[in-house]
Design a protein around this ligand. Sequence first.
Ligand code: GDP
Ligand code: MG
Length: 739
Amino acid sequence: MNGHFAAVGEGPTARHYEHGIQVIDEDKQFNSNVNAYLQETHVAEAGFNYHLISVFGSQSTGKSTLLNHLFGTEFSVMSESERRQTTKGIWMSKNKREGGDPDTKMADNILVMDVEGTDGRERGEDQDFERKSALFALATSEVLIVNIWEHQVGLYQGANMGLLKTVFEVNLQLFVKDRQSTTRSLLFFVIRDHIGTTPLSNLRNTLVQDLSRIWSSISKPPGLENSKIEDYFDFAFSALPHKILQPEKFVSEVHKLGTRFTAGHRSAVTDQEFTGGVFLPEYHRRIPADGLSVYAEGVWDQIVNNKDLDLPTQQELLAQFRCDEISREVLVGFDEVVAPLEERQAEATRTGETSVLPDLGATGAEARDKCIKAFEVQASRYHKGVYARKRTELEGKIDARLKALYQAQLTAAHKAGVAAFSDAVTNAVKAGQKSGGSYEFAEIVDKQKKKTLEIFKKEAQSLAIKDVPWSNFKGQYLLFEKELDEVSSRLRKEEMRRLATRVERWVKSRLGDAIGLEFNKLGSGRNGTGAPESGEQPPSEKDLWDRIWKVFVGIVGEAEDRFAERAKSFEASEGEVEVGLWRLRRKSWVALRERIEEEVMEGNILLKLRENFEDKFRYDEAGVPRIWRPSDDIEGIYTRARESTLTLIPLLSRFRLSETYAPPDLPGWIGVQPAGAEPEDEDDLTPIGGVDEEEGKSLEEEMTVLSEGKRQDLVVRFKKTADGVYVEAKRSAIGGITQ
Ligand code: GDP
Ligand code: MG
């Protein structure tokens, strides 16, 4: 069925329509240029503001003449001399008497259909066309002018009565399919060559009686048996004088008749009289003018193929066809705006750049609004259900494209925002470091986050379309915020690392001094009350490791405080701080180990041992340098001093606390790895024996400062050095005598 609704092509613009257009030709073909004609005469753009009139009556009763006088049309008229058929098929023309005096001015956009004469003589036995044209006229026209000679009135058996019978029958046929319809038609009888002896009211009465008789004689479809003629028709009557005998009166009466073709009111319709304008709203077929040709063609197609004419279905089909057409038309405008934007996004995707289109929300909303409004204006005139469905379809199409556009836009805004945020924070931190390190990381992050979020929010809000749920991008906003938080936490971690590095450096430098000091004390064997004579170490030597441990723990404790305090200032979580402290303790221990390593490096430690020994050997208990005399027990003093210093070597070999004679509780002090630590937190950590058990190195090994081999080597080397000192002392004692 739908296939008959061919797209209406534009007719040749140079076509001349002075005689109107032949809608249906003698071969019953529908003219494909009807829409072109409606467009050229500007009826197509009129919406519902147009009217359709058809004229019926026997051949050569002056129908075309009447229409030409009434509406200024130029339908062909039979010449007085030839007397043969003129009007063929169905012609249509627009009223050419528009405008004029506001009081008598005719309605806008009246279309008149001049229907081929219907007395059977014209087309031989072809009564078929009469029926078909009547059906066609009823399906489209508001007013049917029935043209009739005065002397025919009352001739019940005449050709006109046959025509009216047909009209009534096909009308009922239409209503079988369309019972809900409240559409009516006006049958406007124009009585020609009215001589005047019989008043119009009498003629009317006669006609009304005939009409009732016809009505009761026709067979009515089931369900409509009791229907009355008034259920479907209003009647109006008018008489015109003889055109040839009373030419001036004819013209003036036709002019008077013309003034009735205006909008009317139901109150003007009574049983006795129809006065005032003939165009009542309920006569209108409610086919929008821009769909009229498609509708008429569809209707004609059904009629000509002897199919049951079902007007509601025709109207739905028309609505579908037109709504689709209108949808395509309005989408062109939308496309013009949106396609370039889509292209720009696609281009950005190809080149990998981040492209946030300026004013996208406003542009998109405007294009959407324009498109839907344009659709609404035209399409809403069509079948409501179809219109609503097609509108939803159109919105779906538009929104799918806008949605893709908007989502890509927010993805771009998201990317750009994250990058901008990360850069801004990093730059602000750098600037802060340059200007002396007095910057508040948390404040920087806070400020930049607010700024970046605000930009994103603005963009997201600009994309929101009123009452369109998909255009609420709150979810994307929350996602963006979440990502900023993730970036913040990454940046904070980096900041923590920087802080950790600073604190570690501080620990190293403090350890460098403090540990150096403790080891330097070894160089003097006389401090405290140590008695070299007894061969025992002074306490300062015995508790070397206790002191180192204490100093170490003290420094690290101080560093921990600094670290924790600073980290809290930039809102690091407790877990993060814990990890940082744990790392700090580990790194500090490793630093201490390195520092000790440095102290016990061969040359260094040997020098210290020699100093220690010399102190014990060369000075007496009172700290006075000895002047060796031959009588002195040089050997005894030497042996004791040497033994005393030698005891330092095992002491130095292991990190042991004097009280427990055991290593400090390093694992306990470092503590277990905090639960929040992530793999990368351990990346740069040196394994520690006894703490990282899987490393296979024990605490004992971790606490070993000098290996067995090094120890023995050191003993040998120290002894040699001590021997040298002894020999020298011996020599000086003898030399002192000889001098
Ligand atoms: P149509 O076939 O019904 O369209 O009739 P036409 O308009 O072609 O007219 C047929 C003939 O009737 C023409 O020769 C007209 O001059 C003539 N005619 C037109 N109007 C009148 C009229 O009012 N009275 C009379 N007697 N003849 C008329
Ligand atoms: Mg004619």
